[in-house]
Structures are given as structure tokens and as C-alpha cells.
Design a protein around this ligand. Structure first.
Ligand code: UD1
Ligand code: MG
Length: 451
């Protein structure tokens, strides 16, 4: 169920698309569903339906069900009747905002439900059950109803066993019961939770699967809830990496998505972010780095405040502090990229260097080339195109030089400091392209006297 607006989030973004550790909330639920044996997986969408669908393109197996008006969770499941109706068997209902359930719990849920049981609801006990539906148990400890908080009397409100919003139903019995559900309640909605009462009335059995770790069933209804859930995921991910040998200076301030991979003996300082990153062994990452869809090779060092996107760093290479690798930056081994260097769509071969204050865009830098301080590729012609710069093997470029692309400097050449290179340079050359210096001895004191 992912059709609700999530009014309590106070945001234009559909609730299920709010990012949780860099992924839309809904992805966590879909991943869980995919892990279980299934015939089909349907997603009920409504509020921001197009956006929600667009955020799920990586899951082409999903079938979307449109709930034009969000009249309640019962109404949401009713919209899926055309998809499920006539099918026998079981339907697992997951809420788009309950994302921490472990795969083992869901597997247990599937195993718990006997043939004669119409439904199993996942529950937990909370010292502060505020905001959740309460579980009403009857004779034989069976669940006889779920009462939404706004419909509870004083005694019911004190019940601390709550509904997680996750259920396993017998499909036929679910739709038979939903037929009898009305919107006669405090919120004038069709509650899915009311099917429990209807099943009980019809003589069908409803059971509860009570989970002990109540953090598994935290629902995300507002920004505070989102933060609480995000911290649980952060801890799960970081704890697993620490168990695998990754060393974090400050795991509380380190955020890693569930696609990132680390090898052994990686050291990470505080305040770093990793999104779909691949970090090889013996890598050291200093504080405040952000590494997005990029890989870092064995023994390399990413220094403070560096930002890498869609790039790769070879082994024994040093990047930063404060370096920016924009998309398609590929560094070889033993490369040195120093402070305030920005690279985009460029390749550095092994042992190449750009140690200070540079912009290198659309370029191929040969092995062992040394780009001096303030080197700039002038790659953009201001309107039409980006142009390429090629620097050959062993080229030495003096400080404060610019390459007006397209241009190529042949292997082994020297580019004198302060040059603006506009034409290709053959290998083994010296190029000087700057105004000649004029020096007038004794001029300064004459000038001052004249004033
Ligand atoms: C729901 C349960 C409550 C439970 C809680 C657990 C009902 C009536 N109440 O309350 O017992 O304790 O979850 O977190 O089910 N949705 C739709 N269409 C709709 C309404 C909602 O798809 O018309 C979706 C929402 O996008 C959301 C999920 O269903 O993903 C739950 O809706 P929400 O409004 O968050 O219900 P709660 O108030 O949390
Ligand atoms: Mg909710």
C-alpha cells in the first residue's frame, strides 16, 4: 500500500518516496517482498502515482494498481481485487511506510499461518502505543478486532499491543470480509483493520505474530518517525560492516547505503557518505567525503572533504583534500590529485599528477604526466561543444598554464609556466606561449619621484 499522501510528513513529495539512507522508502518494502516466494507483487499507488511508478523503474516485475481516491487502507486493498480476485492462496499485505521488517520475520509469518487461519497480523508491544491501531484479543487469545486509536475507548487505548500494518491473509476470505467493511468510524475511512472484526464475526480465526524487537515495526508517519527509522537502518548497516572488519571513527555520523561494498582493513573517518560505492582493501577515507557510484582501489587514500561521483580511483592513489571527481573521472594507480582539483570526464594514467588548484575536463592525461598548480583545460567553447585535451606520457606542464581545447601535447614535452597552449605540440618539445618579460632597472624610484 503506497497510495497515501502522508499529510503528517508536511511535504509535497509522496510519503513512500522520502529517502531513507539514500533510497526511497518504498524500495525497502519492495526488496522484502521480492525475497519471499510470490506469484505477483502489486503496488497500490494514488497520490503522486506517476512519480511513484517512475521511482520503481528498476523493478519491472511490479504491477501497479491505481487507487484514484485514498479512502483508506481497506479501500486500497479493494482496488487490487481485479488483480487478485479469483486467485486462491495467500496475500501478504505490506505498508509502504513500515520498512524495517526483517526477512526472517516475514518468512516466519508465512510459516505461522495454518490452513484454518483466515489471517495473521504482525503485532508488537510498545510502552507508548500512541498513533497505532490496538489489538483486541478475545477467548483463546485469538485476535477479535483491531481498533484504530481514534475509535478506542479509554480501556482499549491502554492496550499496548499494536498493529504493525503487515498481514498475511487468505485471499478469498480477505475479499469476503472487505465486502462487509464500511466507513462508519472516526476518520470516515475504509479501514483494512476492520476485516479482522468481520472475519471473527464470520467464525474465522485470526492470529497474531508478535515480534519482540519492536523497532522492526516502526511506522513512518512524520519526519520524526523517518529519522528514527533511518537511525535503525544506519545502525544495522554500519554494525554489519564493523563486524566484517571495517573501522569507523564515528559510525553515528557515517551513512552508507545498502549497495555499498567494502573490502578488508578499510578505515573511515567521521561524517562520510557512501552511496553505491565500492571500496577495496586498505583504503583510508578521511572525514567529510561523499562517494557516489564510484570505486576506490586497494591502498588508496581519499582525503578530507572530497566528493566523487560516477568515477573510479585505481590503487595506491591519493585524492584530496577537497578534490572533486565529477562523472567519468577515471584515475589509474599511483596517481596524485591534490587539493582543490576538479576533474570531469577525464582519464589519468598511472603515476600522473595534478597536485594543486586545477580544472581538468574532457581530457586524457598520459602516464607520469605532471600538471602544475593552476592548470586548466579550456574545454568549453561557450555554446556549441566540449573539446578534448590530450597530454602525453611524461609531459611536464608548468604552473598556471591553460590548454585551449581541442589540443594535444606530445609525449615528453615541457610546457613553460604561464603558457596558453592553443595549437598541438609535437613530442619532445618545449612550448612557451606567454608575453615576453620587459624589465626596466631603476624605473621604480624615478616613477615615485615623479609622483
Ligand atoms: C495503519 C493502521 C494501524 C497500524 C499502522 C501501523 C489502518 C486503518 N490502520 O495506520 O492500525 O497501527 O498502520 O503503521 O490500516 N494507504 C493507501 N491508501 C489509502 C490509505 C493509506 O495506499 O487510502 C497506504 C499509505 O500510503 C501507507 C499505508 O497505506 O503506506 C498505511 O497508511 P497510513 O495512513 O500510514 O496508516 P496509519 O495511520 O499509519
Ligand atoms: Mg502509517
Amino acid at each position: 500500500m503506497a497510495a497515501g499522501q502522508g499529510k503528517r510528513m508536511r511535504s509535497q513529495l509522496p510519503k513512500v518516496l522520502h529517502p531513507v539512507v539514500f533510497r526511497p522508502m518504498l524500495h525497502y518494502v519492495v526488496e522484502r517482498a521480492l525475497e519471499l516466494p510470490h506469484g505477483l507483487i502489486g503496488v497500490v499507488v494514488g497520490h503522486g502515482a506517476d512519480e511513484v511508478r517512475a521511482a520503481c523503474t528498476e523493478y519491472p516485475m511490479l504491477q501497479f494498481i491505481h487507487q484514484a481516491e485514498q479512502l483508506g487502507t481497506g479501500h486500497a486493498i479493494l482496488q487490487a481485487q481485479s488483480l487478485l480476485g479469483g486467485r486462491r492462496g495467500q496475500v501478504l499485505v505490506l505498508s509502504g511506510d513500515v520498512i524495517l521488517l526483517k526477512a526472517e520475520t516475514l518468512r516466519q509469518l508465512v510459516e505461522t499461518k495454518g490452513e484454518s487461519t483466515a489471517a495473521v497480523v504482525v503485532t508488537t508491544r510498545l510502552s507508548e502505543p500512541k498513533g497505532y491501531g490496538r489489538i483486541i484479543r478475545g477467548a483463546g487469545n485469538h485476535v477479535v478486532a483491531i481498533r484504530e486509536e481514534l475509535d478506542c475507548n479509554d480501556a482499549e487505548r491502554k492496550i499496548n499491543e499494536i498493529n504493525s500494518g503487515v498481514y498475511l491473509f487468505d485471499t478469498e476470505k480477505l475479499y469476503a470480509a472487505l465486502d462487509r467493511v464500511t466507513s462508519a468510524n472516526a476518520q470516515k475511512e475504509y479501514y483494512l483493520t476492520d476485516v479482522v472484526r468481520e472475519m471473527h464475526k464470520a467464525g474465522d480465526r485470526v492470529e497474531a505474530l508478535e515480534v519482540k524487537d519492536s523497532s522492526e515495526v516502526l511506522g513512518i508517519n512524520d519526519q520524526l518517525g523517518l529519522h528514527a527509522v533511518e537511525k535503525v537502518i544506519q545502525r544495522r548497516i554500519n554494525d554489519a560492516w564493523m563486524a566484517a572488519g571495517v573501522s569507523f571513527e564515528d559510525p553515528e555520523s557515517t551513512w552508507i547505503d545498502d549497495r555499498t561494498q567494502f573490502s578488508s582493513e578499510v578505515r573511515v573517518e567521521g561524517n562520510c557518505r557512501f552511496i553505491d560505492a565500492k571500496i577495496a582493501s586498505r583504503v583510508n577515507i578521511e572525514s567529510g567525503c561523499r562517494i557516489v557510484r564510484s570505486s576506490v582501489g586497494h591502498g588508496s587514500s581519499i582525503k578530507q572533504g572530497s566528493y566523487l561521483t560516477d568515477s573510479s580511483v585505481g590503487s595506491e592513489t591519493s585524492v584530496g583534500p577537497y578534490a572533486h571527481l565529477r562523472p567519468k573521472s577515471h584515475l589509474g594507480s599511483h596517481v596524485k590529485i591534490g587539493n582543490f582539483v576538479e576533474i570531469k570526464n577525464a582519464t589519468f594514467a598511472d603515476h600522473a599528477k595534478a597536485s594543486h588548484l586545477s580544472y581538468i575536463g574532457d581530457a586524457t592525461i598520459g602516464p607520469n604526466a605532471n600538471l602544475g598548480c593552476g592548470f586548466i583545460t579550456c574545454n568549453y567553447d561557450g555554446g556549441l561543444q566540449k573539446h578534448h585535451t590530450t597530454i602525453g606520457e611524461n609531459v611536464f606542464v608548468g604552473s598556471d598554464s591553460q590548454m585551449v581545447a581541442p589540443v594535444e601535447v606530445g609525449a615528453g614535452s615541457y610546457v613553460a609556466s604561464g603558457s596558453t597552449v592553443t595549437e598541438d605540440v609535437p613530442p619532445d618539445s618545449l612550448v612557451i606561449s606567454r608575453g615576453r618579460q620587459v624589465t626596466k632597472p631603476g624605473y621604480a624610484s624615478k616613477y615615485r619621484r615623479g609622483k
